[in-house]
Design a protein around this ligand. Structure first.
Ligand SMILES: NC(=O)c1ccc[n+]([C@@H]2O[C@H](COP(=O)([O-])OP(=O)(O)OC[C@H]3O[C@@H](n4cnc5c(N)ncnc54)[C@H](O)[C@@H]3O)[C@@H](O)[C@H]2O)c1
Length: 357
């Protein structure tokens, strides 16, 4: 295959990977020249947050256990105020995309350096993308200042991630890589990461279904999530991510589940215009390119993940508005965005029907 001209810009981030690597946290805080780290987490991960604070010892500035989905501006302000009050000169974001997102909001406003300790496969720690919700509207943008300065991937911290979240979060990761394969700013390096990321995330699912505490499979999935997140951070999003954001934002649907349901349909829509991307995704999954959309839907079904928008709370009477929103603002996508074809896609996704072009 001919290599065409391309530009590749890596996001500067230090990665510490491996089972037990949380033990390097204090060293990573020191490397930033920081002395007191505020630990961020969700209320559900408060105990894990307290353990991390204990591990930091005198370098801990306490725990802010109020991270919530979609980073409401109020929680970002409260966290920033708490960091100031506690004299923190660094924050440790322990958790999934919601907590990493809170860390990014703080970094954007205050310049506080962030160490991310991801515990899902969302991949936000590898992207300069941030989102903040104000007055019910989520604004997303890119800014290099929100990139965590160091990321510690410790698969031991994912052993208790519930299986249902494990599967949908892995699909969220696979979606980042799949769209990176046909992004206008993709390149051969990103494609390598995308293919390997899809492979690692998908291959981890069967062993995790058998034993959710399988550390080798947890390591594979987290490694895949890192690669897939890096792909998202380096490329421009297309139809799949835009549809997910539209549905998530306008109809308040759960993030990773929307990705799981829509990915097969978005890939089927783009398949004929993105043959090489589908070929690579197929190679990663060990299947024929033509069967990728259908097999991904089967993979979700096999692991009891949702395969219809109806099952995750999408109102049937919202499909027309969703189709309108999807064509309102243009964005790069291999296949032209046609309202009637997208309305058909949304109907099939709503019904959980077989994905079609
Ligand atoms: N900016 C980006 O690049 C980017 C990328 C992906 C996702 N996101 C954002 O991230 C958010 C979704 O992130 P998410 O899917 O990781 O969900 P999440 O961070 O909301 O976590 C989901 C739930 O899982 C729990 N949890 C997380 N890790 C756990 C663990 N190891 N064990 C037990 N429970 C655990 C959390 O407490 C939470 O209740 C969305 O707001 C999305 O927009 C942003």
């Amino acid at each position: 295959m001919a290599i065409h001209p391309f530009i590749y810009q890596a996001n500067p981030v230090r990665v510490v990977f491996g089972a037990g690597s949380l033990c390097h946290l204090a060293t990573e805080v020191d490397r930033l020249g920081a002395r007191r780290a505020l630990v961020l987490c969700t209320p559900g991960q408060a105990r894990a947050g307290a353990r991390v604070a204990a591990l930091l010892g005198e370098r801990s500035a306490g725990v802010f256990a109020h991270a919530v989905m979609h980073v409401p501006i109020e929680s970002a302000r409260a966290a920033r105020d708490e960091a100031r009050r506690a004299g923190a000169d660094c924050a440790v974001a322990l958790g999934g995309g919601s907590t990493t997102g809170l860390g990014k909001a703080i970094a954007l406003e205050s310049g506080l350096p962030i160490v991310a300790v991801p515990t899902t496969y969302a991949g936000s720690e590898m992207t300069p993308i941030y989102g903040i919700t104000e007055g019910g509207l989520k604004k997303t943008s890119r800014d290099a200042r929100v990139m965590p300065r160091a990321v510690i991937y410790d698969p031991e911290l994912t052993l208790d991630l519930p299986l249902a979240i494990t599967v949908t979060s892995a699909f969220n990761a696979i979606a980042h890589a799949a769209e990176g394969l046909y992004a206008p700013d993709g390149n051969p390096v990103i494609a390598l990461m995308a293919e390997e990321g899809i492979r690692a995330c998908a291959a981890a699912l069967a062993p995790l279904q058998a034993d959710a505490r399988n550390l080798d499979a947890r390591s594979d999935a987290l490694y895949g999530a890192w690669l897939c997140g890096s792909v998202l951070g380096a490329t421009t999003m297309g139809l799949h991510h835009k549809l997910c954001h539209t549905l998530g934002g306008s109809f308040n649907l759960p993030h990773a589940e929307v990705h799981t349901v829509l990915l097969p349909h978005a890939l089927a829509y783009n398949a004929a215009s993105a043959r090489d991307a589908l070929r690579r995704a197929g190679r990663a999954l060990g299947i024929d390119a033509d069967t990728v959309p259908r097999e991904l839907q089967e993979l979700a079904r096999r692991h009891q993940a949702p395969t219809s928008l109806a099952a995750i709370g999408m109102p049937a009477d919202g499909l027309d508005r969703a189709a309108d929103l999807a064509v309102q603002t243009p964005y790069p996508n291999p296949r032209t965005l046609e309202r009637s074809a997208l309305r058909g896609l949304l109907q099939r996704a709503f019904d959980g029907a077989v994905p079609q072009a």
